[in-house]
Write a protein that binds this ligand. Structure first.
Ligand SMILES: C[S@@+](CC[C@H](N)C(=O)[O-])C[C@H]1O[C@@H](n2cnc3c(N)ncnc32)[C@H](O)[C@@H]1O
Length: 397
């Protein structure tokens, strides 16, 4: 039933239920899918018990939402030791306001928590309050040696401890501790399913008790519409001017470190492009500007696919656009880009076929290096089934 009275709201807030605080990312006329919630108190208690914070610990939370967990952590450790990242700007602003009103001022940022908070790392503890498909490598790297991460992985609660870093390698191991019902991290949501044929009825025996499907715990991770609960904490847009810092996109805290096989590394899929459009047509139409944009994008794709690849795409563009003054930088940059593509191929589990020397030579043959590099990149994306750009895939090495 929709909540209509203040007493109903208070009763819900003080119950051991998760409370939806946002539907459809606040987009009007959406289907009513829960996109943020105040966590179930007993679930929070379980997570915090596993997290086992101690005096002096610095903690990073992913998924601030209402600020409930951030407030509890601030209470226990002090504001300055608590860092929390929320991807939704409206919720992030709202959390600043309500936490201040409650007397807490933890460090809050608006950004993709999958990247952690590299500028403030390392953390003794990291807790994700949204469900992950796998543990992002960036988070493991932001743990202190001996630090712990607690996160829902799919429907189960995982606790991982980071070992000491040996020879530049970050390792973590841990175990599952029962079930957890959390909505998926935005970038870890499954892609939309193909349209369902709902015109042909056929009897099917359900494996799940239909009554269980009405519970919020089921609806949240499944990303299903929640019909009976409306937002109960927040109404209307939050004020704009609140000081929420953007989560920094800066370089990872320990570039070049690797994880052990226990923590699967993931990367983002890049775009499959037509090699002739990339090489000739778009640059001709845009008087060469497209080439710079393309160069920026492929270098960014290298970094997003394998974050061990340390590249600043903007600098790569400067090298080819302005570096001609010094003659050498463009050639170094073209060679390095080819080398990055070869490393991406290796990370994808392929035998690298991209040869940066060939790329360098092709610069002098009608700038065919563009076509060559895009062709090599397309092979990587084809290996991953040409999934939509930005989707996460596991890396082979
Ligand atoms: C279940 S709520 C978190 C509950 C909250 N921590 C509390 O105190 O009750 C999950 C939150 O994670 C946020 N979220 C999803 N993906 C995220 C991401 N990539 N980075 C940061 N926050 C994310 C959602 O917007 C949502 O507000």
């Amino acid at each position: 039933m929709p909540l209509t009275t203040g007493a109903d709201r208070l009763a819900l807030i003080h119950s051991d239920e998760p409370v939806v605080i946002q539907l459809d990312h606040d987009e009007p006329d959406g289907p009513g899918i829960a996109t943020s919630s105040n966590s179930q108190p007993s679930m929070v208690a379980r997570m915090l018990r596993l997290l086992s914070v101690e005096d002096g610990h610095r903690v990073l939370e992913i998924g601030t939402a209402s600020g409930y967990v951030a407030a509890l952590l601030s209470r226990r450790l002090g504001d300055s030791a608590v860092y929390s990242v929320e991807v939704d700007p409206g919720l992030a602003h709202h959390a600043v306001a309500v936490l201040r009103a409650a007397g807490y001022r933890p460090n809050l940022a608006c950004g993709d928590g999958e990247r952690g908070w590299p500028d403030q790392a390392p953390f003794d503890r990291i807790v994700a309050t949204c469900a992950l498909r796998e543990v992002p490598h960036a988070l493991v790297r932001q743990l202190t040696p001996g630090g712990a991460l607690v996160a829902p992985i799919g429907p189960r609660l995982l606790e991982r401890r980071a070992g000491a870093a040996h020879g530049g390698r970050c390792a973590a191991s841990g175990r599952f501790h029962g079930g957890a019902s959390y909505m998926p991290m935005r970038s870890h949501r499954p892609p939309c399913a193909a349209p369902v044929d709902d015109t042909t009825a056929r009897p099917v025996e359900a494996a799940v008790d239909p009554r269980a499907m009405l519970s919020l715990g089921f609806a949240l991770p499944a990303g299903r519409p929640v019909v009976s609960l409306g937002p109960v904490v927040r109404n209307g847009r939050p004020p704009r001017a609140l000081p929420v810092r953007r989560a920094p996109r800066g370089p990872p805290c320990c570039t070049g470190r690797r994880t052990t096989a226990e923590v699967p590394m993931t990367g983002r899929v890049g775009k499959t492009r037509n090699i002739f459009l990339v090489w000739l047509i778009w640059p001709l139409i845009t008087l060469g500007i497209y080439h710079l944009v393309w160069y920026y994008k492929v270098n960014r794709e290298a970094r997003d696919f394998d974050e061990r690849i340390d590249v600043r795409p903007g600098m790569a563009v400067v090298a080819i656009a302005l570096g001609w003054i010094l003659i050498v930088p463009p050639f170094i940059s073209v060679y390095n880009t080819g080398d990055r593509i070869a490393r991406m191929q290796r990370a994808a589990g392929m035998t690298p076929t991209c040869n940066p020397w060939i790329g360098l030579i092709l610069v002098f043959v009608f700038s065919l290096h563009t076509l060559y590099y895009q062709q090599e990149l397309n092979r990587i994306w084809a290996l991953h089934g040409n999934r939509p750009e930005g989707e996460h895939v596991s890396l082979a090495v």
